[in-house]
Ligand binder design. Structure first.
Ligand code: ADP
Ligand code: ZN
Length: 298
């Protein structure tokens, strides 16, 4: 029998907590808004305590978190959310608080590394050893596996903050990132779309020019990551990618932008299976948290 674990998909807007063994076996799930660390982590702890009373001891805990985070177990700041602009959360000791309540193996990583690990185990990353997962939602983040291992390096990748070639004639919007203005996240995350077009992204019709521009920024970023990481697949999730019509636009623009240079049939003949939505859909985050818990037990 697979071990019962707890998972937290910790977003800047909401937390999702669940217990289970995988995406097909979620015993119970709860969501609540992200307020202060004390209140929100406290709510997570209460939920898991109730769950333990119902289902028995949790064997491990997995947390995929908004960031930046410190995911290096060797570091004095391991387990904390570090320089986030989110008020109250700077240096919040997330893992420390969880471990006080649940002294079990605990996996802690970025939300996107977590989601990538979940897709590797159960979804669109199965059988691959090098692929990337992006979320395009309130912010933009990217993570994934390289040669079979989650990417960390110095801290962890911040793929949403690469510089974009913005043409001020075509796009006078200066961008929303508090650090860089018109970086990828500053130009293409949900809140940037909404501020630029003064409309909720959900209600922009498919033929609106917003989407051509959005597809252009996403495709440009994907070309850069194809050329730097050589991923076997790119998985694009997050609220903005619920606009399914973006996929064919991105496919076309990535092919145009690469201009035949990367000679792989995976790209040239099969781009629809190369840049894809998460196979786990909106379960990718919580499945990822389970996968992080399971990895912590190994
Ligand atoms: P989070 O980033 O908090 O995990 P989401 O990935 O759902 O949550 O991202 C929320 C953002 O995505 C919102 O700011 C909104 O602009 C955008 N968004 C959500 N749903 C849609 C949709 N159906 N179409 C376009 N944009 C969306
Ligand atoms: Zn930025």
């Amino acid at each position: 029998m697979l071990p019962l674990v707890g998972g937290i998909e910790a977003g800047g807007t909401k937390f999702v907590c669940a217990v289970g063994t995988g995406p097909e076996d979620i015993r119970d799930e709860v969501r609540f808004p992200t307020t202060t660390p004390a209140e929100t982590i406290g709510q997570a702890i209460s939920f898991f305590q109730e769950q333990q009373a119902k289902h028995g001891e949790l064997q491990a805990m997995g947390i995929g978190s908004f960031g930046p985070v410190d995911p290096n177990p060797q570091s004095p700041d391991y387990g904390k959310i570090t320089t986030t602009p989110k008020p109250g959360w700077q240096n919040a000791d997330f893992v420390g608080k969880m471990k006080e309540a649940f002294p079990v193996p605990t996996g802690f990583d970025t939300d996107v590394n977590g989601a990538a690990l979940g897709e590797h185990k159960w979804g669109a990353g199965k059988g691959l050893d090098t692929f990337l997962y992006f979320t395009i939602g309130t912010g933009i983040g990217g993570g994934g596996l390289v040669n079979g291992k989650l990417m960390h390096g110095l801290i962890h990748p911040e793929m949403g903050h690469i510089q974009m070639p913005r043409d001020p004639e075509k796009d006078p919007y200066k961008g929303k990132c508090p650090y860089h203005g018109d970086c990828f996240e500053g130009l293409a995350a949900g809140p940037a779309i909404e501020e630029r077009w003064k409309m909720s992204a959900k209600s922009l019709p498919p033929e609106h020019p917003a989407w051509d521009l959005e597809a252009y920024y996403i495709a440009t970023a994907m070309r850069d990551f194809i050329c730097t990481i050589s991923p076997q697949r790119l998985i694009l999730g997050g609220g903005v990618m619920d606009q399914e019509h973006l996929f064919p636009m991105i496919h076309k623009k990535v092919l145009e932008s690469l201009n035949g240079y990367v000679q792989s049939p995976a790209i040239l003949d099969n781009i629809e299976e190369y840049i894809v939505p998460p196979a786990l859909g909106n379960q990718a985050g919580i499945a990822g948290a389970f996968a992080l818990a399971q990895l912590a037990m190994e």
